[in-house]
Design a protein around this ligand. Structure first.
Ligand SMILES: O=C(O)CCC(=O)C(=O)O
Length: 287
């Protein structure tokens, strides 16, 4: 890593997130908006009723990427791979993603962290296991539901760790209790407004939430889950990740070009190491 990159990695490891500006161009953004709007239009009304606080929660898996070149192009986008490289991740792997679209006038998203490897000692170090790469398809502000984060909370216990539910419960998803601590405002939080086309990358274990969308326009984010340092992780962590992200979709359904694009991002582990149980709640080691 050259010096500038070192600084980026240090900031990423310290704060738990990093913003890369202007990674996706307007043509790709338009295609992603069309694609996600089409997918959302095919969901049942019940989907949106169950997901009031996220707005939607549609899975982006390998089968979708093999079928829809725009998704594969996003996952293996040269600008994204360069951004990862700037943080020192030369051989990243992709797991899955979500289309999370807040309709106009919808509630905030509750505080949560998506770390699910808390029984693995690596989760208590600066070496990332799972990271989100978020692409907002519109410019975001506190008014239309921008991201909020608690910097450093991937490595430092915050009072919310002991107050919020470890999982996305139905009560949180449906905004049944606006007084739940998951919807509180805390002193350490900061807003992360971005421009469409920016990339927000963060540790899966960072506490994050989003504001309500108080505007008349939908606000969509594509959250893509990567394992940026997979190849350098201990074998047991690799075995755990490979099991958690088992990809059974058939690459043969994709064009040779798409297969070649996606192949380097496949998670593969064929050793003998024992996977570690999934654990959504941080242990006492998180001080
Ligand atoms: O909707 C947002 O702004 C954040 C989405 C999120 O928290 C997630 O994908 O884990």
């Amino acid at each position: 890593m050259e010096n500038g990159s070192n600084k980026k990695r240090e900031q990423f490891a310290r704060d738990g997130f990093y913003i890369f500006e202007n990674i996706l161009d307007s043509l790709l953004l338009d295609r992603l908006r069309h694609f996600s709007d089409d997918v959302l239009a095919r969901q049942e009304p019940a989907h949106f009723e169950r997901q009031r606080t996220t707005g939607s929660m549609v899975l982006i898996d390998w089968a979708m990427a093999y079928q829809h070149p725009v998704m594969a192009e996003l996952i293996a986008h040269p600008g994204v791979l360069t951004a990862l490289q700037q943080l020192g991740f030369d051989d990243p792997k992709f797991g899955h993603g979500r289309i999370i679209s807040k309709p106009p006038h919808s509630p905030p998203l509750f505080w949560h962290e998506d770390g699910r490897f808390w029984d693995d000692p690596i989760s208590y170090t600066t070496q990332p296991i799972q990271c989100f790469l978020m692409y907002y398809l519109t410019d975001t502000t506190p008014q239309n539901g921008c991201l909020r984060v608690i910097p450093k909370s991937h490595l430092k216990r915050h009072v919310l760790h002991d107050r919020i539910a470890p999982n996305h419960t139905d009560e949180l998803r449906t905004f049944a209790n606006p007084d739940d601590p998951g919807f509180s405002r805390v002193e350490e939080e900061i807003d992360v407004p971005v421009q469409a086309g920016d990339l927000v990358m963060g540790y899966g274990s960072l506490l994050h939430a989003s504001h309500a969308n108080q505007t008349d326009r939908q606000r969509t984010v594509l959250t893509m889950w990567y394992y940026p340092d997979f190849v350098a992780l201990p074998e047991r962590t690799q075995a755990t990740v490979a099991l958690a992200e088992a990809n059974t979709s058939d690459a043969a359904s994709a064009s040779a070009k798409l297969q070649a694009l996606m192949e380097p991002l496949q998670i593969a582990y064929d050793g003998e190491a024992e996977p570690i149980a999934i654990q959504w709640t941080p242990g006492e080691e998180l001080k």
